[in-house]
Design a protein around this ligand. Structure first.
Ligand SMILES: [Fe+2]
Ligand SMILES: [Fe+2]
Length: 222
């Protein structure tokens, strides 16, 4: 199916823009890393590109991009269970826009499973969102360099100079490559903090019939 609601249609909505902006303000208020438009755009872009590079159906790639864009919108209400609130918000907006039930089902699974505590990669859309979300480690996510507010997540994010997510030519391996300034955060610190995310990412990659590898400063760690 070529037609259907696109990410551009979703981004053009005032309600979505308002909720996402407010969600990020809430995260800022409790000292969390950036969870706003930059993160939403990056997760949408990476989720779409994983699907495209794996040669999957274009409509499925569009749904992954929409789910990626909306996955953290539930922070508008509360941090706790924000994935489930995001499901509710995404469902009501997209249903109003006329999205058919089978697409809504993929969308809800994609939005509602991105959290480490309970997320399961229920299908390719959910898997792509998980991999894209967990790959976003970046200096630009850190808001406040003041040492009193600076936690270990901030330090690891701040130490990350660049990240890239790629699919190999044979479509069998998804790689997350990070360049980390080890003066700021040792690689072990990254590994300790993000191990559960990487395990979740590996499970998601399996749903896409791929292996997952983590390469930090040129060394394969996982
Ligand atoms: Fe989240
Ligand atoms: Fe996220």
């Amino acid at each position: 199916m070529a037609d259907g609601i696109t990410l551009e249609d979703v981004k053009a909505r005032e309600d979505i823009q308002t909720y996402l902006g407010r969600a990020d303000r809430n995260m800022e208020a409790i000292g969390y890393t950036e969870h706003g438009f930059r993160h939403a755009d990056l997760v949408a872009r990476r989720a779409r590109s994983i699907m495209e590079e794996l040669g999957r159906d274009p409509r499925e790639a569009e749904l992954a991009a929409i789910a990626g864009y909306l996955h953290d919108i539930g922070n508008v209400a509360a941090r706790e269970e924000h994935g489930q609130v995001a499901v509710m918000l995404a469902y009501s907006v997209l249903k109003e826009m006329g999205m058919p039930p089978a697409e809504l089902a993929d969308l809800m699974a994609g939005v509602g499973n991105h959290e480490e505590a309970y997320g399961d990669p229920f299908g390719p859309v959910a898997a792509a969102v998980i991999i894209a979300d967990k790959s976003d480690v970046a200096r630009s996510r850190v808001r406040d360099m003041h040492p009193s507010r600076y936690d270990e997540h901030d330090r690891v994010n701040y130490a990350t100079m660049s990240s890239s997510l790629t699919v190999n030519h044979e479509r069998t391996m998804i790689s997350l490559r990070l360049e980390i300034d080890t003066q700021i955060a040792p690689i072990m610190e990254y590994f300790e903090l993000f191990l559960t995310r990487m395990v979740m990412t590996r499970r998601a990659a399996q749903v896409l019939a791929c292996e997952f590898e983590l390469v930090i400063n040129g060394t394969k760690l996982l």
